[in-house]
Design a protein around this ligand. Structure first.
Ligand code: ATP
Ligand code: FE2
Length: 324
């Protein structure tokens, strides 16, 4: 069984091809980069519609396959930016109808989890999913991926990118902030907001913006990371104690951060859980994770009607998990 998957939720148009054993036969991506500021959804979608077909044919070519070899076409049906999701969905529906292939609509967040599980050899982890737009602590329980804690306002990556923009670091700011933080030493108290099992970052953002007027930017970067990562650690630790999962998996673009990895590793150790970070090449958005999750779904009989609309607000816990 071979599945082709299309990712197009925000800035990346990615096409992955995988087989049933989890071999990755193709992984092609292009990325939209805003001239300045944040993503403009229509601009990103425009780029995808101009160059998407080329990415699809490159993926088939690099796998040495044609559409005849493909058993199903998967795409990210949500969550994400409407114009971008729609562009990927149109491409996937076209391929499915033109070549008479089943279509599979995949939840993007769950795809981040499934590619993490595949590449780290985990079965049933507590997942800490930290990206630009998303911040969620997730575990499989009672037939679904349940959210045990999440941000009430902005994602952790957005916090870093927004603060970065203010202090003159271009998008994506995470790696540069990590580097600055390593040179910081003095801890500046900043708002720590955990409400039950949920997090909020906007107060922290505002305080960190103000703090650069008074303190060296390295110290603010250091303190910003320490506070934000501690908040995540508290919520993750509570979920780990509650669910008694024996694996802790870190996924999403922010997972690249070494200090964060160190903190999460310590949390896992204290609870006797194994710890892993998704390999960097699959941390950011990609088509492979959509293809792999699509394959799991298709294998278990879950397909999507081509008439089904995209779902920009598709929640992790709203997805039917037919394959576990
Ligand atoms: P999603 O659609 O799943 O929310 P996304 O496109 O918003 O994904 P990703 O591509 O998963 O996000 O991750 C991008 C984010 O990761 C950016 O906010 C970026 O600043 C952050 N990031 C990347 N490297 C690091 C790092 N070393 N430390 C902290 N943050 C990082
Ligand atoms: Fe993503």
């Amino acid at each position: 069984m071979i599945v082709l998957g299309i990712e197009s939720t925000a800035h990346t148009f990615g096409v992955g091809i995988v087989d049933e054993k989890g071999n990755i036969l193709a992984d092609e991506r292009i990325q939209y980069r805003p001239q300045e500021g944040g993503i403009r959804p229509r601009e990103s979608a425009q780029m995808m519609s101009e160059r998407g077909a080329f990415v699809i044919s490159s993926a088939l070519k690099s796998a040495g396959l044609t559409m005849d070899d493909i058993d199903a076409v998967a795409f990210a049906i949500g969550p994400g930016l409407g114009p971008c999701l729609r562009t990927g969905a149109i491409a996937a529906r076209f391929l499915a109808l033109r070549y008479s292939k089943p279509l599979v609509g995949v939840n993007h967040c769950i795809a981040h989890i499934e590619i993490g599980k595949l590449s780290c050899g985990f079965d049933d982890p507590l997942v800490v999913y930290l990206s630009g737009a998303n911040t969620q602590i997730i575990a499989y329980a009672g037939g679904r991926y349940r959210i045990f804690g999440e941000t009430l306002d902005i994602g952790l990556g957005n916090l870093l990118d927004s603060w970065g923009r203010v202090v003159g670091i271009p998008f994506p700011a995470g790696p540069k902030i990590e580097e600055l933080a390593r040179r910081g030493s003095r801890f500046i108290p900043l708002p720590y907001t955990v409400k039950g099992s949920d997090l909020a970052f906007s107060g922290l953002y505002t305080a960190a913006v103000r703090a650069v007027e008074k303190y060296p930017v390295e110290d603010v970067a250091f303190s910003l990371q320490e506070v934000a990562f501690s908040m995540v650690a508290e919520v993750a630790e509570r979920a780990l104690a509650h669910t008694e999962k024996k694996e802790l998996l870190l996924v999403g673009g922010v997972a690249a951060n070494k200090r964060l990895q160190e903190i999460m590793h310590a949390v896992a150790e204290q609870h006797g859980a194994r710890f892993a970070v998704v390999p960097m090449k699959y941390a950011a958005d990609n088509g492979v994770m959509i293809a792999w999750t699509g394959l799991l779904m298709y294998k278990h009989g879950c397909t999507t009607d081509p008439a089904e609309p995209i779902n920009p607000k598709f929640r992790t816990d709203a997805a039917d998990v037919c394959w576990l």
